[in-house]
Design a protein around this ligand. Sequence first.
Ligand code: SAM
Length: 379
Amino acid sequence: MNHLFPLPQGGELLLRRYPRSAQHGLQAWEAADEYLLSELTEHHWDTEAPVLILNDAFGVLTLALQQYQPTSINDSRISELALIANAHDNQITLSGSSLTSLDEWTGPTPGLVLMKLPRTNALLEYQLAYLSQIMGPHTVFIAAAKAKDIHSSTLKFFERYIGETKTSLAKKKARLIFSYCNTSKVTSQLPTPLVWPLEGTDFNIYNYANVFSRANLDIGARFMLENLPRHHAGHIIDLGCGNGVLGLMAMVNNPDARLTFVDESYMSIASAELTVKKNLPTEVARAHFLVNNCLDDVSVNSAKLILCNPPFHQQQAITDHIAWQMFVDAKRVLSPGGELWVVANRHLNYHIKLKRLFGNQTVVASNHKFVILKAIKTS
Ligand code: SAM
């Protein structure tokens, strides 16, 4: 696998995905990044004005454009860590700054905005509304993606929030989107979290734009809720919490426990926090919210119970390396006798992984599609 990215201005960057260990087979950039960077040589923008880069998954754009001190805006802790690690490998001291997808932009009007198309229309809509508030008529705005991910509905979002929009020819199956800022389109309000009632309860679940299964309860999560453990005291972790639905109900079922909600997405953690604050306002003191890559830096032997509905992709790639990392971290963080509960599609065969790692696993419940597995830390 080639890890050397050729810079359009000459030279190359050594780039790897994050986390490093499990992803030797996947490249840390795509044709759309190359297209975007080569296109820039033909554009003129006010180089004194800020440069913003949105959704740069592993840092290629931010590192290639260091001379402009770009601000990288991301919803992902993994992308932030990838940028730091790749900067380190190339002996680059990062000159710009990082913002999360929920941070306000307080700088002057940007001269150049580059966007890698996010995976969901909900996040695209949120980010275009955000950009419409901060771009000016002279801001150059170029988005990039695989051609197959750019639909007429995608372009309609650009037209609705930004202004006239056109696309480039495809190159290596990638395409660029040029959108020209029409200041009469400025959106006064960013899209608010989607709220839906949790069936069988009086609770409402809050979902910012980039949350997994944001429009309704995930079927795996539903199955876990039907089988959620009760009456545990001590520390419980909702690992990969999304909107926080599992952790919320774990707080209800385990009134003597304190909960930590962990996710690598800033919007997920903001959603989980809102979900708990709105539904259990008097219990917030026993909930803690952490944006983190799996359980990095969480203390050994510090949890009694970990609940996990693991992710099965990173960016566009279907992968189980994050699930594996979550299980490995869970084993380290559980105290002896502590339990990891995992809900997953049956065909993923996670029982083999858990048995290998913990030396034991039992099936708590199963149906035609899902299985809930429990592994106990024995030492
Ligand atoms: N618990 C929620 C539910 O059941 O609806 C969400 C489950 S979703 C299948 C998996 C979650 O893991 C997503 O919210 C995703 O953002 C999060 N995630 C992915 N990679 C992660 C990582 N490296 N560290 C922490 N969370 C991660």
